[in-house]
Ligand binder design. Sequence first.
Ligand code: ATP
Length: 285
Amino acid sequence: MSITHAIEVIGLVKKYGSKTAVDGIDLKVETGEIFALLGPNGAGKTTTVEILEGYRKASGGQVRVLGFDPATKGSAGQRWRNRIGIVLQSTTDAADLSVIETISHYANYYENPRDVEQVIDEVGLREKINAKARELSGGQRRRLDVALGIIGSPEILFLDEPTTGFDPEARRSFWELIRTLKAEGKTILLTTHYLDEAQELADRVGVINNGKIIEIGTPQTLGGRNTALAKVSWLENGKQQVIETKDPTTEVIRLNQRFNGEIPELEVARPNLEEIYLKMIGELK
Ligand code: ATP
């Protein structure tokens, strides 16, 4: 295996007894890329990510993260661990330490931590800086988890459903933070159930179902999205008219000529990532 990719996975298998949770996954994530894993509950996303983090042992296949096998204690030791940041699916234990104490405490574990105060601002916890972790709301606790994931200035960040419980504003500022981290050259692997999050952030998306990757593509091209039929709709005779077409431009020109100008309530839309994803998952059920 080369080490040009931040993450390389070949033929990954994970069995829990007779249950095959991950069934031969191949995956490469480039350095500096944001990659989103999508899939229904129980698809195998967390299992895959936790194997990459070194928290679970694979039953088969090859895994390299920053060139090391996360399961090999010797090579993937503390130095390797310091180069990765992790936000697990379950939240931090509620503690008696305040937000700033918790983050400062974690910062001490790393050689080159980010600035604690800056991280507090980045995750939007300034107002709660002295609140105890156990006094935070669910969404605020999740922000603290994200702060702990990035405090070590990691090269790769693993985010398992990072924005669950965030209000819309918090999600948008989280997206900004992720874009900042990408601009710094970080590699990010995230799992999410929010299709708009994947569409906003991901360079590439992998859809996983029943432990298998169904397709990998950009949010623009996944499932043939870029070549899918477009819906052209407009108001005519008091009714909304809709047609599906491969060539919406021609249709709009035709309508424009017919109306001799403005087309009432004209809309042209291609399926969004959520529609494409639900179709992909639905087809396979
Ligand atoms: P979600 O979106 O609900 O988080 P997921 O895609 O992350 O789902 P996993 O948590 O990886 O899914 O689970 C994949 C499968 O493996 C599921 O069928 C789950 O029940 C099973 N599984 C996960 N962890 C264990 C375990 N420790 N022991 C036995 N089975 C497990």
